[in-house]
Structure formats: C-alpha cells, structure tokens
Write a protein that binds this ligand. Structure first.
Ligand SMILES: Nc1ncnc2c1ncn2[C@@H]1O[C@H](COP(=O)(O)OP(=O)(O)OP(=O)(O)O)[C@@H](O)[C@H]1O
Ligand SMILES: [Mg+2]
Length: 214
C-alpha cells in the first residue's frame, strides 16, 4: 500500500507527520514500514541519520529517493501489499515525475493549516490530484491549529475540503512537534496524534490488510 504525505503548500507538517505516522504504524500497529524521503530538502532522511548516530535501533527503513526513481525504488522483494510505503513529498507541484506517484498511491494524507493561503493551495492541490487519480482516498489533517484563535472560516473550509475527502480532528501548534525523531513518539504528543492516526488506520489501512489476509 502506498501512502503519500502531500500538499503543494509548504510548511504544513508533511515531513513531521510522515515520521510520526511511520513511528505509530511500527510501534502501535506492528506494521512493516518503509519511509521514502522524496523531498530534495531531505529533512526526514537527516532525522533518520541523526537517530542512527545516537545508536538507536531503527524502527523502519528510511530511504532518500528522487522522484524520477519511482516506481523502481519500490524494490521487487517489497512488492508484497502488506508492506506500508510512506512517501514524504516536497511542497511543490512543478515536476512531471509526480504524476506516476499520484497515480500509484492508495491514500493521500494531506496536512494543511486554516490560513487563507494554505486552504486555497490545498483546494487547488486536491483538484489536480483527483484529476490524476480519481480513485485515491484523501484525508485532510488540520495542523498547527492554535487553541486561542477563532478560525472564522473553519466551517466553510471543512465544507469545501469535505467534497474531496475526510477531515480529521485538529492537531494543535505545539513546540514538541519540532523535536520529533524517527525512533519514538514523545508521550506528550501521543494523546494528540494517536486518536487521529488510529482513525485513519482503522478506516483506510486495516480493511485493506484484513481483506488480504482472509
Ligand atoms: N503541530 C505543530 N506544532 C508546532 N510546530 C509544527 C507542527 N507541525 C509542524 N511543525 C513545524 O513546522 C515546520 C514545518 O513542518 P514540516 O517540515 O513537517 O512541514 P512540510 O510540510 O514538510 O514542509 P515542506 O513543504 O518545506 O516540506 C517544522 O519546523 C515543524 O517542526
Ligand atoms: Mg517536508
């Protein structure tokens, strides 16, 4: 199964949440994961390297890959569909090599923020994606949500994005998200992200797994 963390808007939490989601699938669900860092900034891959230096046992493989290496990068021996491949993409859409990635993906996890520019980019992105792959499931994760701010447009944003996919509960703006690693989930963040990840897992990942094993 191929799961993308994608949005053409930068800085919405794609890389951060791709790491935490991979940690969660490994630790809480005991699933085999490979996390592909397909962003030239390599923020995920450098996190994995940093964890290696401090001698932590890796939970899963993190591979740095170029977009043009897709789908060859999904190695032969990992063709097994029970394998979860998580791909972290860059926050831009101007590369034709993205098309096969979008076409092959089963699920797109799309973090966004409730500000004006993030929402319009996210809608534009969703429109393009559904043209390329009408069957793909999209889940929107409102991220960096400030608890003391009243988002006037929240309901209209939810209505607009809701035509493309499901919207999860909000993930709050918290400093601890800036210190995450590829080896664990900080206990302080578990309560925030576990229910959201659990619902995504139960709705979109577990059923595929179940179908293959029955
Ligand atoms: N919920 C959050 N609370 C506080 N900081 C956050 C949160 N989510 C992400 N961040 C921080 O926001 C910054 C951008 O996050 P991240 O790099 O994950 O975004 P991105 O969408 O991958 O960006 P890019 O498009 O540049 O790849 C990082 O410094 C990250 O630590
Ligand atoms: Mg990123």
């Amino acid at each position: 199964m191929i799961i993308l963390f994608a949005n053409q808007k930068g800085g919405v939490g794609k890389s951060t949440l791709s790491v935490l989601f991979s940690n969660y699938l490994s630790l809480a669900k005991n699933r085999m994961v490979t996390l592909y860092d397909m962003d030239f900034q390599r923020s995920v891959f450098s996190k994995a390297n940093a964890a290696r230096i401090t001698d932590n046992l890796p939970l899963y493989t993190v591979e740095a890959a170029e977009l043009r290496q897709f789908p060859a990068i999904l190695k032969e021996d990992k063709k097994d569909h029970s394998y979860l491949r998580i791909i972290d993409l860059a926050g831009k859409m101007d590369d034709d090599h993205l098309v096969p990635v979008f076409k092959k993906s089963d699920l797109i996890l799309c973090p966004f923020c409730y500000d004006e520019f993030s929402v319009s980019s996210t809608l534009e992105f969703s429109f393009v994606i559904t043209q390329i792959n009408p069957k793909v499931k999209i889940v929107y994760l409102p991220n960096r949500v400030k608890t003391n701010v009243k988002y006037e447009t929240k309901q209209s944003v939810q209505n607009a994005l809701g035509t493309f996919g499901l919207i999860t509960d909000s993930i709050s703006e918290r400093i601890d998200f800036q210190r995450i690693t590829t080896v664990d989930i900080p206990p302080s963040l578990l309560g925030v992200i576990a229910p959201i990840f659990e619902s995504i897992y139960n709705e979109y990942i577990e059923p595929v797994w179940h179908k293959m094993n029955t």
